[in-house]
Design a protein around this ligand. Structure first.
Ligand code: ATP
Length: 365
């Protein structure tokens, strides 16, 4: 297995920049997810790592070796596509063993390797079945088996669960991560689905218009988004942004939003209060009659143990995730309290998170 290092990678298609100066390192054995909306450059980055697309500039290193100019088949990589074409006239065993046969491995050794991989994927009971009659989840496992059997340096997966229905998808997310824990192969996985990313990744790169907005663990990205874009993209519902108004910053750590005093981390940058926005995840807002930050309840979405209450404040809509047992009526006025320990601050002009004492202290632990 191997580390993947990408340095200043850039790809232009006749004047259009699909990937802009990307740099990141996937540690040996990590499950790395590239996450972002359609067209943000995920697949193009993956194809460059695979050797299916030549970068306009930049370098790609696999296990320390510069492979930038090497062809796909000269890189020890397995690529799992969304619609992995299995050979329909072959059974499961032959489909999985095909790459080994192509390498000229002796048949007895192929049999051993295929059966080992099938056990790993829990498809050893269907080895002699034709692939044509298999359900989506099993087909995907066969596809994975064919990728794993070569024991490549790393795996590249492009939305491999995209075509599965929701039930299989959840199962495969769990299985893929479990499989990764067992074989420990460096994996690059592309998806636009934040839940897939959060549940599988060791590290995530959130992409936007060919740029990596943030690279970090799922927890870092969710708890400490480095931009309003990331804060908005991650989380459902996304982070709420509350605007400040000129002159409302009242010292190092207390600010006022619509008359409510809120303790925020000490700001370490010179920034005009009017350009600040306070970011609060829905689960860090509670209903509090005593609070001066108030608004009208527009509705509540019941989710079983919690509910999402939508409140119209002077700053627009705020969504709070509160216990389902909280009594709220549409049309009533409620107070909202924000949990100071979990707030983020943003410069609305640049969209970037503002350095605060908390980023360097408590929340780093
Ligand atoms: P999706 O999930 O829709 O595949 P993505 O994030 O993987 O999105 P890419 O497929 O990497 O995005 O595409 C990034 C941008 O580059 C898109 O605007 C796309 O139209 C463009 N692009 C990709 N391949 C080519 C190509 N061969 N020629 C011209 N433009 C391309």
């Amino acid at each position: 297995m191997a580390e993947i290092r990408v340095e200043n990678l850039r790809k232009e298609f006749s004047g259009f920049t699909a990937v802009q100066n990307s740099s990141f390192t996937v540690d040996d054995g990590d499950f790395f997810v590239m996450l972002g909306p359609s067209g943000c450059g995920k697949t193009t980055t993956l194809r460059m790592i695979a050797g299916l697309e030549l970068p306009t500039s930049g370098r790609i290193l696999l296990g320390g070796e510069d492979v930038t100019m090497k062809r796909a088949r000269e890189r020890d990589i397995a690529f799992v596509f969304q619609l992995f074409a299995l050979y329909p006239h072959m059974n499961v065993r032959k489909n999985i063993g095909f790459p080994l046969l192509a390498q000229g491995m002796p048949r007895a050794e192929i049999k051993k390797q295929v059966e080992e991989v099938a056990r790993l994927l829990r498809i050893d009971h269907i080895l002699d079945r034709p692939v044509s009659g298999l359900a989506g989840g099993d087909r995907q496992r066969v596809a994975l088996g064919r990728a794993i059997v070569r024991r490549p340096l790393c795996f590249l997966m492009d939305e491999p669960l995209g075509t599965l229905d929701a039930e299989f998808r959840d199962l495969m997310v769990h299985e893929l991560r479990e499989l990764h824990n067992r074989i420990g192969a460096t994996t690059v996985y592309v998806t636009h689905d934040q839940l897939e990313a959060m549940s599988m990744a060791d590290k995530i790169a959130v992409m936007n218009h060919g740029i990596i907005e943030q690279f970090g663990s799922p927890r870092e990205i969710y708890d400490r988004p480095r931009s309003m874009y990331v804060a908005d993209f991650m989380g459902s519902p996304p982070m709420n942004f509350l605007r400040f108004h000129s002159g409302l910053v009242r010292g190092a750590s207390t600010v006022s939003v619509h008359g409510a005093e809120i303790v925020v981390p000490e700001i370490r940058e010179d920034i005009a209060p009017s350009a600040l926005a306070l970011g609060a995840r829905p689960e860090h807002i509670r209903l509090d009659d005593a609070s001066r930050l108030r608004g009208e309840v527009l509705g509540a979405e019941y989710l079983g143990t919690t509910q999402i209450v939508v409140v119209r404040t002077g700053d627009g809509l705020v969504r709070a995730r509160v216990p389902a047992s909280d009594q709220v009526r549409t049309g009533e006025t409620v107070g909202l309290t924000l949990s100071g320990a979990h707030l983020s601050l943003f410069d609305t002009a640049s969209g970037r998170a503002i350095e605060t004492a908390l980023y360097e202290g408590a929340r780093h632990g």
